[in-house]
Design a protein around this ligand. Structure first.
Ligand code: ZN
Ligand code: ZN
Ligand code: FE
Length: 761
């Protein structure tokens, strides 16, 4: 007989891991104990060495569905402790925290069954959960994960719940958010003035009645409050749009189940798997043929963002009453999603006609995730609820020092690393909004505390005026740690590399709207070569003057004007032609940009698809929506070498676009030819880069790769030419995924000359 001490790291708290171990240990007839520590769980057992070894080998095989085991470190041969039973002992706080926290998980099938079973003591109880499901990240204040460190601390368990909590045979054994109608949180309904009208089932029926009557309901979810209304009446959705000042941005829809979703959209088996999985992101699904026009008031493009209910309250609200409801984050003009009851009532006055809220506090805001399904998995536009804060392991090597990367600005993000794990934040928003910047700063502190990270270096974007850059400077000065400046598109390249765990050098096609280049101009149509250590600007696109700077991203005719003017076309009859001409010739507020996003905008305006953008990237979204998928034709273009950079000269392309448009060639064909041309151009740039460097791996990153038309055709063309193509898999291709790249580049900068990368294998 001997004793073994087994340390297990990963997501092993709050996911039924200790009960699982308890059952396993009992099968082996062993004694000992298990406890949560700040670094995972620790198991101590007396037994014969062979039994202990077999048990350790068995642990990962039958581990609970929500657990993720990162490592098991057994230590054998310790003196026997003489344990007489097996015990789960109280958490002890360790100095070194390394616990992974589970994301929030949708209600499980067992709980859903109980929720809908009359006579069950949790029948219609909106806060039913168990170790396999329920809130986690959004209710946790601190680690170790125990009830007292969550929003549930104000709800002591009743004797029945307490008995379940301590019963090893029970599904709720050690489920921290365990609750019932007798002891747990309650849902209630408030009218438009914030006056409490009802609780429980009655609150839910009042909310249903409101929705049925065509009104707007505020409903509290896991990571924030949503605004909901009926989908079948465009006037109602329009009213929500007006009240929320949401202009033309698509609304997400929550469908009762996958069958209901199938009434509106095409769903592939892969999409169904993501849709019905435990993380419940919003999945962009193709609208069903014949449904496009009927869904136009929800989304102006070919796709509809659909999610399934994920909280018990959602299920109760849907019942058999609704097939689908608009479900959009309750926030105003880019402020963070509302999450507190009092602030919801105050700020949604005149917007919501009623409130379905509850008294379980949301500790941490977390917006819905948004993705499409690509190659069988999630391809994120926004990685947030259900995924955050699960880390991204970015390397197989060990021993990296911790760093903080501060992201960009408009789609803000940060990333904290620890070892080979990168913790990326949830959706944050645009830092130029004061509350959003506050939220960003607060979340950095929260993540540092949760994962016990004291960064040894900070990384920021090259752009000096981003608020994230300001924050980085502040932290670097306060903590006296090095500050690394990372070029925006280099960070995108590194992000996609780290996402795919690549080393060495690659070719990167990095297409986005805006990012400051090393030459002081705006970049964004880049073909880079390089890796974490550095990069070369191998190719790009001929820059265009942005008349009025940022205004050109909204008034797309300004881009079209600047593009067509370069082709020698007569633009003197355009509205504001004199003003624009004057600004260009005097160089007044007309920065040069090689951003691919602006080319899309310009093409959208020339093709009369969109002239005023009401949200970022709308020109590109609508150009994609217009593109005729059968069209394979191209437009003329040239690749020219200027100062050793292979530039896409678009003059012939835009001239042809305008000319063919004038000849009456259908817009859909021209939109497709335009994107086909970019694809052809990109393949040629990559071929030239391969010729020059021998590299044949291509990474795709930047916000333009949210374009499905592009994303389906470009990799195919590249593969045909012998390239290996990598797209993002675990983080967003847009600036929300950028901080991962910044972090990894900073780690390599930090490692120069110092042996911080561990063994040099
Ligand atoms: Zn459950
Ligand atoms: Zn109870
Ligand atoms: Fe970007």
């Amino acid at each position: 007989m001997e004793r073994a001490l087994i340390k297990i790291h990963g997501i092993v708290q709050g996911v039924g891991f200790r009960p699982y171990i308890h059952r396993l240990v009992r099968e082996y007839g062993l004694n000992g104990n298990i406890k949560n520590t700040s670094s995972g769980v620790e198991l101590e057992l007396d037994g014969e060495k062979s039994d202990l070894e077999r048990l350790v080998a068995e642990i990962p095989r039958r581990a609970p569905g929500l657990s993720v085991i990162e490592s098991i470190e057994p230590q054998y041969g310790l003196p026997c402790a003489g344990f007489e039973s097996f015990e789960i002992i109280k958490s002890k706080k360790e100095a070194f925290r390394n616990t992974l926290i589970s994301p929030d998980i949708c209600i499980c099938d067992d709980c859903l069954r109980e929720l809908m079973t009359p006579g069950d003591r949790r029948y219609h109880y909106p806060f039913i959960n168990c170790t396999n499901c329920g809130p986690r990240f959004t209710i946790i204040k601190d680690v170790p994960y125990d009830r007292v460190k969550t929003s549930m601390c104000s709800f002591p368990m009743c004797p029945e719940c307490d008995a379940e909590y301590h019963d090893i045979e029970n599904r709720r054994y050690h489920a921290q958010p365990n609750a019932c109608p007798a002891c747990g949180p309650a849902a209630f309904f408030l009218d438009a003035d914030g006056t409490r009208q009802a609780e429980g089932d009655e609150a839910v029926s009042l909310a249903k009645g409101l929705l049925k009557a065509g009104k707007i309901l505020a409903v509290k979810g896991l990571g924030g409050i949503h605004l909901a209304c009926r989908v079948d009446d465009s006037a109602i959705a329009e009213q929500l749009r007006r009240r929320k000042e949401r202009d033309e941005k698509p609304f997400a829809v929550m469908c009762r189940d996958v069958t209901c979703a199938g009434k509106y959209c095409e769903i592939t088996p892969e999409e169904e798997a993501v849709l019905t999985g435990s993380r419940r992101p919003i999945v962009l699904l193709r609208k069903k043929h014949g449904m496009e026009a009927k869904l136009l008031h929800l989304s102006e493009n070919r796709y509809l963002g659909v999610m399934l209910p994920y909280t018990p309250l959602h299920y109760l609200l849907f019942g058999e009453t609704f097939d689908a409801l608009v479900m959009t984050s309750a926030n105003l003009s880019d402020t963070p999603i509302l999450h507190r009851n009092s602030e919801a009532v105050e700020k949604l006055r005149g917007i919501a006609d009623g409130f379905l809220l509850h008294d379980r506090e949301i500790q941490t805001r977390c917006d819905d995730s948004l993705c499409m399904v690509l190659d069988g998995g999630e391809y994120f536009f926004r990685r947030s609820r259900g995924y955050v804060p699960y880390p991204i392991r970015f390397s197989d090597r060990e021993q990296f020092p911790p760093v903080l990367a501060c992201g960009a600005e408009q789609k803000a993000s940060f990333c904290l690393t620890k070892g080979t794990n990168a913790f990326l934040c949830q959706h944050i928003g645009d830092l130029k909004n004061f509350e959003t910047y506050e939220h960003y700063r607060e979340q950095i502190r929260h993540f540092q505390r949760l994962f016990d990270i004291e960064p040894h270096a900070v990384a920021r974007d090259l752009h000096p005026d981003y608020l994230s850059s300001e924050y980085a400077r502040e932290i670097s000065e306060q903590a006296q740690i090095p500050l690394f400046l990372v070029q925006h598109h280099h960070a995108h390249l590194a992000s996609c590399m780290a996402d795919n765990r690549l080393d060495g050098d690659v070719i990167g096609l990095i297409w986005d709207g805006t990012g400051l280049g090393t030459d002081g101009t705006i970049w964004g149509g880049e073909c880079l070569t390089g890796g974490y250590e550095g990069f070369l600007r191998f190719g790009s696109i001929k820059p265009v003057r942005l008349i009025g700077g940022d205004r050109a991203a909204e008034e797309l005719d300004r881009v079209a004007f600047a593009l067509l003017r370069e082709t020698g076309a007569d633009v003197s009859t355009w509205e504001n032609a004199g003003l624009y001409e004057g600004m260009i010739t005097s160089g007044l507020n007309c920065p040069l940009s090689s951003g691919m996003g602006r080319l899309f905008d310009g093409a959208a305006a020339i093709l009369d698809i969109k002239h005023i953008a009401s949200y970022e990237g709308q020109g590109a979204v609508l150009l994609e929506a217009a593109a005729d998928e059968m069209e394979t034709g191209l437009l003329p273009f040239e690749l020219v070498s200027e100062k050793n950079i292979l530039l896409f000269d678009w003059r012939k392309t835009v001239a042809a676009l305008a000319e063919y448009k004038g000849h009456g060639i259908p817009t859909g064909q021209l939109a497709a030819r335009f994107i086909n041309t970019l694809i052809r151009m990109a393949v040629m740039q990559c071929e030239a880069a391969r010729e020059a460097t021998g590299l044949s791996r291509v990474v795709l990153s930047g916000g333009c790769f949210q374009n499905r038309y592009l994303l389906q055709r470009l990799p195919e063309q590249l593969r045909k030419c012998g390239f290996t193509v990598y797209h993002h898999k675990r983080v967003s291709c847009n600036d929300e995924g950028l901080s991962l790249g910044q972090a990894v580049i900073a780690l390599h900068q930090l490692g120069k000359g110092k042996n911080v990368f561990g063994s040099s294998t």
